[in-house]
Design a protein around this ligand. Structure first.
Ligand SMILES: NC(=O)c1ccc[n+]([C@@H]2O[C@H](COP(=O)([O-])OP(=O)(O)OC[C@H]3O[C@@H](n4cnc5c(N)ncnc54)[C@H](OP(=O)(O)O)[C@@H]3O)[C@@H](O)[C@H]2O)c1
Length: 237
């Protein structure tokens, strides 16, 4: 059983989905947890929804100066998990360039900004959610694959640069979160149904599946430069 008692954990992007599941589980396991994302309303709603108590902060990971100020103001963290990103998925020739740049700003540079400025205790960890598209490309998802591959490579390099802080990533396939809320519900459900049939595990991911793995990596002193592909078998299907 993991025990994070006495440890301060930041989940950057923790107001929904994988981040909120990670924050809730860490709080249940005894951590003093802060979630941070752009919308004060979403942060406050997430804090209210958690039975184990969460602190909240407003932070846009794409804003390097804001990230620097955020970490300058606070004590070092034991663990930081970065799940925040707002990405648009479409084929390269269909996606407006501004949306592509926003996706890179938010998901790649957001994590990079945290890596630049975060103060983390020796032996603590920095984790991020990348994605299995890094190694398993799909038409219409080329940009996401490139961002995820860049993140995974950055994680390996940072594990060398930031030691004794450990740096790891979890790379899921499709997880049932609000990331897919912009799809028309019947289209989204049809996609999930098709994926359940094609993934060897017979299911799409749930936020808690990824949260457990992120916290296991955080709690494992031997884990650094580690990329865990947690994808229901999608990579081998
Ligand atoms: N769901 C999947 O199928 C899947 C698969 C592979 C990888 N992933 C990755 O997993 C991570 C988490 O996604 P999710 O599925 O949990 O999505 P989600 O439910 O949409 O959560 C995204 C979170 O990120 C925050 N956020 C967005 N942009 C931000 C920014 N610039 N600065 C700070 N926070 C920001 C959002 O809150 P605010 O709006 O308040 O900022 C929200 O809390 C993402 O990086 C995603 O690419 C997801």
């Amino acid at each position: 059983m993991l025990d994070f008692s006495g440890q301060r954990i930041l989940v950057a992007g923790g107001s929904s989905g994988i981040g909120l599941a990670t924050a809730e589980l860490a709080a249940e396991l005894g951590a003093d947890v802060t979630i941070a994302s752009r919308s004060r309303e979403r942060v406050e709603a997430a804090c209210r929804s958690c039975a184990h108590g969460l602190r909240g902060a407003v932070l846009d990971l794409a804003d390097d100066a804001a990230v620097a100020r955020f970490f300058a103001l606070d004590e070092p963290w034991h663990h930081i998990v970065v799940t925040g990103s707002q990405v648009s998925m479409a084929a390269v020739r269909d996606l407006p360039l501004s949306s592509a740049l926003d996706a890179v700003d938010s998901k790649f540079w957001g994590f990079y900004h945290v890596a630049r400025h975060a103060r983390i205790h020796s032996g603590g960890s920095l984790g991020v959610v990348a994605g299995f598209l890094s190694t398993r490309p799909a038409a219409g998802r080329a940009l996401m694959g490139a961002i995820n591959a860049a993140l995974e490579s950055l994680v390996r390099g940072l594990a060398l640069e930031l030691k004794p802080v450990r740096v790891n990533a979890v790379s899921p396939a499709v997880v049932d979160t609000s990331m897919w809320d912009s799809m028309e519900p019947s289209v989204r459900e049809a996609m999930f149904e098709r994926l359940r049939a094609s993934y060897p595990a017979g299911c799409v991911g749930q936020p808690l599946d990824i949260a457990r793995q992120l916290l296991l990596l955080a709690a494992t002193p031997y884990a650094t430069g580690t990329i865990v592909t947690l994808d229901g078998g999608a990579s081998i299907a």
